[in-house]
Design a protein around this ligand. Structure first.
Ligand SMILES: *Cc1c(COP(=O)(O)O)cnc(C)c1O
Length: 386
């Protein structure tokens, strides 16, 4: 049966959710040289590579300050610590996201307040945010899910009206651009008071281990977050605040500094694959292609279908049998996660997020997908949904 299904169509190159081996082979010389340089310098922590990468990332994003940290989760935690929030302060996050967004809120003793998302863009829904604001609300953490910015024009206006901080979770959206009504364009992560990103290997700008960064244009916040990431230390061995130990190591910085000049090409390759998928699936009544936030570009960290007229899990199994991986990001919204169950919320409170959790399916998405692979993936999906 399996052989019959494949009918010799399967591409020679194995299909993966993310193909980091092929991507490495293209820039192997630069990566290897950068890593070698760090090893020979023995400056493994806070070396030249880390400050070089910081300067290059500031230039790329337009952020006045980049603070490199150990991972994206630390970036979010340090951002909230930098704002000086107190236990009981409420922080609004979408319920449809990766757990890290709410985890750091809870860890700091702050109160996560979750809101629903939009059906088309899968990003934070502005009316839900408005309704969730109370006198205790201190910050909004929009997530630029799957690689396109949330409705930042409305979020920034709402935050201004209510004197709230905005911390962008741009872990999936580095390089995405948002254009405001006044014509101004800013990068994901540089719009709110603080932005956070992750360099986890599979992210759009990934290192070969863990890494993350914080963006801000505010000098005081930058100084405070830099100190917090370094044990709350401003002058050596003098600790002005309680901090953490979170840093990007020099080997990871060398990898990132070699990859950053390619980020725009990487984004274009992802957009090309997404356009191929869109073309194959557009107008299909069993699958909905990703909806677009009109003011943002999409860097396609994920290409996520909503399977509305077929059995999502059967489709996923069928694809797996043909050697095509597909993933469910995310199967359970925050308010239904065991660790985050809260008497304020019950099933059905966030109907869009709950519906999405039951129907989303992310297809392989990376910089190395070729037409042979894309043709095989799209024709398989279409055959399987019948
Ligand atoms: C990856 C990710 C994070 C966490 O980043 P790590 O580097 O894995 O800690 C946080 N939020 C979102 C939306 C992410 O995708």
């Amino acid at each position: 049966m399996k052989n019959e299904v494949n009918r010799g169509l399967a591409p020679k190159k194995k299909i993966q959710m993310v193909d980091l081996q092929s991507q490495y082979q293209r820039i192997k010389q630069d990566i290897d040289a950068g890593i070698q340089e760090v090893i020979e310098s023995a400056a493994f922590v806070k070396g030249q590579k880390v400050s070089d990468f910081q300067a290059h990332l500031e230039a790329y994003t337009g952020a006045k300050h980049v603070i490199n940290v150990g991972n994206g989760t630390d970036a979010l935690q340090i951002a909230l610590m930098g704002l000086g929030l107190k236990p009981g302060d409420e922080v609004i996050t979408p319920t449809f996201t990766f757990i890290a967004t709410a985890e750091v809120v809870a860890l700091l003793g702050l109160t996560p307040v979750v809101v629903d998302v939009e059906w088309d863009t899968m990003n934070m829904d502005i009316e839900s945010v408005r309704k969730a604001i109370t006198p205790h609300t201190k910050a909004i953490v929009p997530v630029h899910l799957f690689g396109q910015c949330a409705n930042m024009e409305a979020i920034m206006a709402l935050a201004k009206e209510h004197h709230l901080f905005v911390v962008e979770d741009a872990c999936q959206a580095i390089g995405a651009k948002y254009t405001f009504a006044n014509g101004e364009t800013k990068q994901a992560g540089t719009i709110g008071h603080i932005g956070c990103t992750s360099f986890f290997p599979s992210k759009n700008l990934g290192c070969y281990g863990d890494g993350g960064a914080i963006f801000t244009n505010d000098d005081d916040l930058a100084a405070r977050m830099r100190a917090i990431a370094n044990h709350g230390m401003v002058v050596r061995y003098h600790h002005d605040m309680i901090g953490v130990n979170s840093r990007l190591d020099s080997i990871q910085a060398a990898v990132l500094d070699a990859k950053l000049p390619h980020l725009d090409e990487y984004i274009a390759a992802r957009q090309r694959a997404a356009a191929y998928y869109d073309k194959a699936f557009e107008g299909n009544d069993k699958l909905l292609i990703p909806g677009h936030e009109p003011h943002s570009t999409h860097v396609y960290h994920q290409y996520t279908l909503r399977v509305v007229g077929a059995d999502r899990d059967k489709l996923r199994e069928g694809l797996a049998e043909r050697g095509i991986p597909a993933m469910i990001y995310y199967p359970v919204p925050l308010h239904q996660q065991k660790a985050y169950l809260d008497p304020r919320y019950k099933d059905g409170d966030f109907p869009v997020a709950e519906k999405l959790a039951s129907c989303v399916l992310s297809l392989p998405m990376h910089t190395e997908l070729d037409d042979e692979q894309l043709a095989y993936i799209t024709s398989s999906v279409l055959e399987l949904i019948g």
